[in-house]
Design a binder for this molecule. Structure first.
Ligand code: CUA
Length: 194
């Protein structure tokens, strides 16, 4: 019967130290590669954006939105332009959308025009792919259409401050005829109780 000699314990700890060092080195290499990959992505996207800047940039003074122009309070909501196009104008601010309840017709192209008065806010309509950022100083616009009547939630999805999680609005999609009746005579439509 052999008893463990005094030299066995240091030998065992030496072996486990080697295992630990190997594992540490492996992780150091993996983390280094991840950092290099992220840096490469930043360089690539930076060069890509510099080479292909956005084709359309529309600026606006966020400090005078409420005084004049298309984003004054009386024009916020959905209206039918002289050309027959349905346009929704809205403003995002800490911590609400104005108007907080939008109405649009189903089965018709709807153009959204939005901007922010303060921070960067996120604009998304329910589970649709209508999804933009509302940035102060810029007008975000896109055109989409909704297949059927219904109601969608519009949560702000860009962290904009302490009230971010309470910032949301609703969008009602109604029958085209019902909408056109409401919007007749150039009226601005929303579902905000007045
Ligand atoms: Cu507005 Cu988050």
């Amino acid at each position: 019967m052999t008893t463990p000699s005094a030299s066995d314990a240091p030998a065992a700890s030496h072996a486990s130290e080697n295992v630990a060092v190997t594992a540490e080195k492996r992780w150091a290499i993996i983390v280094g590669l991840i950092i290099l990959l992220l840096l490469a992505m930043m360089v690539f996207t930076g060069l890509h954006w510099a080479a292909m800047p956005p084709s359309r940039v529309e600026t606006i003074d966020p400090q005078t939105l409420h005084i004049s122009g298309e984003f004054v309070e009386s024009k916020l909501g959905t209206s039918v332009g002289p050309d027959g196009k349905v346009v929704v104008r809205l403003i995002a601010q800490q911590y609400s959308f104005q108007p907080p309840c939008l109405v649009v017709p189903a089965e018709m192209p709807v153009t959204f025009r939005g901007t922010s008065t303060d921070a960067i806010h996120g604009f998304i309509i329910g589970t649709t792919n209508a999804n933009v950022m509302l940035v102060p100083g810029f007008v975000a616009t896109f055109t989409t259409s909704f297949k059927r009547p219904g109601e969608h939630l519009m949560p702000c999805h860009e962290f904009c401050g302490t009230g971010h999680e309470a910032m949301w609005a609703r969008l009602q999609v109604i029958e085209p005829n019902e909408f056109l009746a409401k919007a007749s005579g150039g009226k601005v439509v929303s579902c905000v109780p007045r």
